[in-house]
Structures are given as structure tokens and as C-alpha cells.
Design a binder for this molecule. Structure first.
Ligand code: MHF
Ligand SMILES: O=c1ccn([C@H]2C[C@H](O)[C@@H](COP(=O)(O)O)O2)c(=O)[nH]1
Length: 290
């Protein structure tokens, strides 16, 4: 964060807010001791992150189930579309209330298009067949651990145009490391093409680590590492307060995550996730660039 803030090049971006950005970064976090990379220099609403990951894994692309669970992070995009299309200016609360109360409205205006969930679980092939990349991944991890093809991606070129936003955390790859002195170890790499370090990153890295933990648990492996590769890694210029406050704070130890057993990868819920030792500095509000 300090590097991006002090060395990043200032540029205009799609949202009009402006960023400082560096291109190409890598971070590695060891998951083998049960800890997870959950930022401590501000409080991260990790329960929302768990719910978002569960929503991706369920193949969902409509904000309604998120809003029903009190998760507001995706509301601004469909709200913007509704506003531009109808000229109606509902407040965010009113828009969410309508999404909750009116199923037909939610079906029309809560939809983000063929975003993550669709591509992960129902990638549409040229022959009309859908591909469940996550089921295929589970099967290759279990049955062909030495494979170099343990990959799934949200970057479906043919469908980018229909998405509210093209995927940011776009490609995931896994590696099973054989060990003689214990269970084999599962590591993951996340390639993120565009990273909002202030708001998106804390969710993205935590969810990527949690997904390694879930996959490892489902396949009988021990967790190894999560490696994060960021391409356009940026801080929004209107996040100065957030950045300076976080940089002035002393990082604290990462919490430990325990995951109770679930019948399948698709049966995990918030209730399966327990964090111990999460003692962050206070939350910092910051505007999201739409
Ligand atoms: N500019 C931008 N940054 C993002 O991180 C981002 C997007 N756009 N568009 C799509 C999704 C939505 N994401 C978001 C959106 C908002 C928050 C956010 O406002 N977080 C606050 C409140 C969290 C809460 O209420 O649970 C935070 O303090 O983390 C986080 C991630 C991540 N993505
Ligand atoms: O999971 C996410 C989703 C989005 N972001 C950020 C990265 C950018 O700031 C915007 C997307 O804008 P683009 O112009 O499409 O790059 O959202 C994130 O960090 N993590």
C-alpha cells in the first residue's frame, strides 16, 4: 500500500475518480499454520466476504440473495443501471428495499449479468453445453493431483459485454504438493487484473485464502500457500484518509480460521467459519468508485 501510494503513477481511470497505480505485484501468505490473510489495519467485514464467496460458488449473479443477507457491496452497479435506464433516482436504501420486496423487480434490476458465479459454474460452450469449472477443478484436484491444469477463470471474452463489471479476481490456479510426512498440501494462485487496494483487496485475498481452505478440506489436503498476483494495483485518490490511517497503524497478527466440515464445497455457509484472534484496528469508511 505504501509503495502504491508513494511510487504509483497518477492516472485517470474509468470511474473518473483517479488512482495511483503500480503494475505487477506479488504477495505470498502461508496458510499451513491455520492463519488467514485478513487485514488488521482496519476492520474488514469478513462475514460479508464469506457470504460473497458462498454466493459465487452457488453460481448466483443477482444481488438479491446478498441484499437479503445484509451485504451491500454489489448494490451500486445495478442501481446505476436502473437509474440510467429509467431516470428514476431511488436512494440506495429504497432501491434495496424494492429488490427485497419485489421479486420481478429484482429479477430485472438486481441482475449483474454473466459475472463470476455464471462463469464459475455454468460457462456456456459453443455447443450449448455448460461447463462447471468448480466441479471439474474438484475432480482434477482429487483424481489427478499432479496436473498443471487446475485452473478456473471468469474471463469469458464472449460474455464480457453483458457483465456489470468484467472479473477483477479473474483466474485461479492450484498446485498439490506431495509430502511424505503428512497430507499433501494445496496451494493457490490468484491472478487479479485490477485491484482496488483500499476496498476490494481485503475481501479478495481473504476469499482466495478461504477458498484454498475449503478446497483442501474437500479433497483431504492440508492448506499450503495463497499467492496473489496483481496487475493494475491501485489506490483511489479519494481514499487518502483510509490509506494514511492504515499506514500509520501497527499491523497485528493474522487470525486463525477454522472451518467445520461440510457435505460438499457448495454446502459451506457462514456458520462453518470461525475466526479466532481477529483484533483489528477500527473500521474506516471510504467511498467506492462505481
Ligand atoms: N471500485 C471498486 N472497488 C471494488 O473493490 C469493487 C468494485 N469497484 N466493484 C465490484 C466489487 C464490489 N466490491 C466492493 C464494493 C464495496 C466495498 C465496500 O464498500 N466495503 C466497505 C463496507 C463493507 C460492508 O459494508 O460490508 C468496507 O469498509 O470494506 C467492498 C468491496 C469489490 N468490487
Ligand atoms: O473483486 C473486486 C472487484 C473489483 N475491484 C475493483 C478494481 C477496480 O478498482 C474496479 C473495477 O474497475 P475496472 O475498470 O473494471 O478495472 O473494481 C476489486 O479490486 N476487486
Amino acid at each position: 500500500m505504501r509503495q502504491v501510494w508513494t511510487k504509483g503513477s497518477e492516472r485517470r481511470d474509468r470511474t473518473g475518480v483517479g488512482t495511483r497505480a503500480l503494475f505487477g505485484a506479488m504477495l505470498r501468505f502461508d496458510l499451513s499454520d491455520g492463519t488467514v490473510p485478513l487485514i488488521t489495519t482496519k476492520r474488514v467485514f469478513w462475514k460479508s466476504a464469506v457470504k460473497e464467496l458462498v454466493w459465487f460458488l452457488a453460481g448466483q449473479t443477482n444481488i438479491r440473495p446478498l441484499v437479503q443477507q445484509g451485504v451491500h457491496i454489489w448494490t451500486d452497479w445495478p442501481m446505476e443501471r436502473h437509474r440510467n435506464a429509467t431516470g428514476e433516482t431511488l436512494s440506495r436504501d429504497a432501491f434495496e428495499a424494492r429488490i427485497l420486496s419485489d421479486e420481478a423487480f429484482a429479477a430485472e434490476w438486481g441482475e449483474l449479468g454473466p459475472v463470476y458465479g455464471k462463469q464459475w459454474r455454468r460457462w456456456l460452450g459453443p455447443d450449448g453445453q455448460t461447463h462447471d469449472q468448480i466441479e471439474a477443478l474438484l475432480s482434477s484436484l482429487k483424481n489427478n493431483p499432479a496436473s498443471r491444469r487446475h485452473i478456473f477463470t471468469g474471463w469469458n471474452v464472449a460474455e464480457l459485454g453483458g457483465m456489470a463489471l468484467p472479473p477483477c479476481h479473474m483466474t485461479y490456479q492450484y498446485f498439490v504438493e506431495p509430502r511424505s510426512d503428512g497430507p499433501d498440501r494445496l496451494s493457490g494462485i490468484l491472478y487479479q487484473r485490477s485491484c482496488d487496494l483500499g476496498l476490494g483487496f481485503p475481501f479478495n485475498i481473504f476469499e482466495a485464502a478461504l477458498l484454498v481452505r475449503m478446497l483442501a478440506a474437500q479433497c483431504g489436503y492440508a492448506p499450503g500457500e495463497i499467492i496473489w498476483m496483481g496487475a493494475d494495483v491501485h489506490l483511489y485518490l479519494n481514499h487518502a484518509h483510509l490509506v494514511e490511517t492504515m499506514l500509520a497503524r501497527e499491523p497485528r497478527p493474522f487470525p486463525t480460521l477454522s472451518l467445520s466440515p461440510a457435505a460438499s464445497l457448495f454446502d459451506y455457509r457462514l456458520e462453518h467459519v470461525t475466526l479466532t484472534g481477529y483484533d483489528p484496528h477500527p473500521a474506516i469508511a471510504a467511498p467506492v468508485a462505481v
